[in-house]
Design a protein around this ligand. Sequence first.
Ligand SMILES: [Zn+2]
Length: 198
Amino acid sequence: MTEKDILSIFREHQALKEGHFILSSGLHSDRYIQCALVLQHPRIAEELCVELAAKLGQLGASVVVAPALGGVIVAHEVGRALGVRALFTERQNGAMTLRRGFHLERDEPAIVVEDVITTGKSTRETMECVEGAGGKVVGVGSLIDRSGGKVDLRVPRASLVTLNVETYEPDNCPLCKAGTPAVKPGSRPGASSVVSKS
Ligand SMILES: [Zn+2]
């Protein structure tokens, strides 16, 4: 699959939208990515993650770790493709933690995966969590890198699609200045509400 094929899968499932959006960070953007709309189809999730796994397999990891919730399906499917364990981290009192009895061997080679890398913040936190648990992060993978490849995580990194998505402070958003209504993609089921900037 080429980047173009993958982007058309995302567009087809409304997982990549163009317009004027308020992201969960509060920043505005002309594109919105919601991987869950693609990953809700297990066969497509499997197909995409087989592609991602192919880019990560040579790193020799024996475990894949992702931050919940967004990364869980990606870890599961990449883990399946590589024939290794798939773990997830969860926030506990704000800190990324391995719970549920998940365990890493000393220096166990691990890959951290995400659905989307934006700033790399949650990826970094997951990497720290893995290293804190004794593992060794040998690489990072994501379905989409929306930082344009700018995020440096100091380990080999692979993505199926690299996008350079501009984000704007609400006070400095050219789309707001142009008078386009901003949409806050729904956290309620199936909903997305139009938010006018006051
Ligand atoms: Zn705006």
